[in-house]
Design a protein around this ligand. Structure first.
Ligand code: ASP
Length: 314
């Protein structure tokens, strides 16, 4: 019997002080939400979806409501969900103006022969299942507008949040994800994002790409990543981490290996959460901060700063 665990993250980046408390509260709520679904008999896919919906609905994070804006002020989001038992996956890329892209990713996994739908096709598919576009103003926060305006002052807008230097005036927020393992050792992951502020219209990041933004295989474990999508894709970060775990390394060593490879070879920064099929859990990040939380054995663990690990009894 495996000790079940649900871990979530709220994005690896510089997270300014003004957002620390709300980010921590958001990841704690999402981890608890996922764990409750598990306790009520939900599958690992149900858990990953529910935890990510909780984060998408929280405007503190860059996913669903709260998504950051493209250069031309649109909301274009990416998401993935993957079932480690079957290795089925569903993903959406550059879907517009819906509150919960992870729901569409799951529908693609379960209702179509495809893995990913993008753009207009993804929105059309979603509407067949009653998920219609909403007024984009419902998804846009003042933070997202402020951050786009701030970014437009710089010429190299896209990359400035991803090095270790704090941005001049960071007001934005970040990608979310979940990894879960249940008592039977079944695993799943989900990742959802509005991407990066001031991205080119049509830009798709790592989050919906299998092996980059997420990966789940019951023979090893499940991973959700965050950070510079352009680097994560080149590093195949989620697959790298699962591959290292598959050699028998512990979760933290595997994530460190992936982040180290990404930094040394591509000069990219980010973070990841992971669970193994045996119930090990871990998180690491090479950015200044990453809010994370997990529930395991009646305790809620969380942190946001490097080395911070707080434990509360439930
Ligand atoms: N990986 C996301 C992207 O590049 C952003 C993030 O995780 O911060 O779209």
């Amino acid at each position: 019997m495996v000790e079940p665990v649900v871990i979530v993250h709220g994005g690896a980046w510089a997270v300014p002080e003004i957002l620390w408390d709300r980010s921590i509260a958001g990841v704690k709520t999402a981890a608890l939400r996922g764990y409750k679904v598990l306790q009520e008999g939900g599958s690992v896919v149900d858990v990953a979806e529910a935890a990510v919906i909780s984060l998408e609905d929280n405007p503190v994070f860059d996913a669903g409501t709260g998504s950051v804006l493209t250069f031309d002020e649109q909301v274009e989001m990416d998401a993935i969900i993957m079932n480690g038992a079957t290795m089925e996956a569903g993903a959406v890329a550059a879907i517009r103006n819906i509150p919960n892209p992870v729901k569409v990713a799951r529908l693609i996994m379960e209702k179509t022969p495809h893995v990913m739908l993008a753009g207009e096709g993804a929105n059309k598919f979603a509407s067949q299942y009653g998920i219609n576009e909403v007024d984009k103003e419902l998804l846009i926060t003042p933070y997202a507008k402020e951050e786009l305006a701030e970014y437009k002052k710089y010429t190299n807008t896209v990359y400035c949040l991803f090095n270790k230097t704090e941005h001049a005036n960071p007001v934005g927020h970040d990608t979310v994800g979940c990894a879960v393992v249940d008592q039977k050792g079944h695993t799943a992951c989900a990742t959802s994002t509005g991407g990066i502020t001031a991205k080119m219209p049509g830009r798709v990041g790592d989050s919906p790409i299998i092996g980059a933004g997420g990966y789940a295989d019951d023979e090893v474990g499940a991973v959700s990543t965050t950070g510079c999508g352009e680097a994560i894709m080149k590093a195949c970060l989620a697959r790298h981490i699962v591959s290292v775990m598959g050699t028998g390394q512990d979760v933290v060593t595997a994530i460190k290996s992936g982040l180290n490879h990404m930094e040394t070879r591509i000069n990219g920064f980010g973070g990841a959460i992971a669970v193994s099929c045996k119930g090990d859990v871990g998180m690491q990040f090479s950015t200044p901060r990453m809010p994370w939380a997990y529930v395991r054995q009646g305790k809620l663990h969380y942190g946001i700063h490097p080395g911070q690990h707080i434990i509360e009894d439930l």
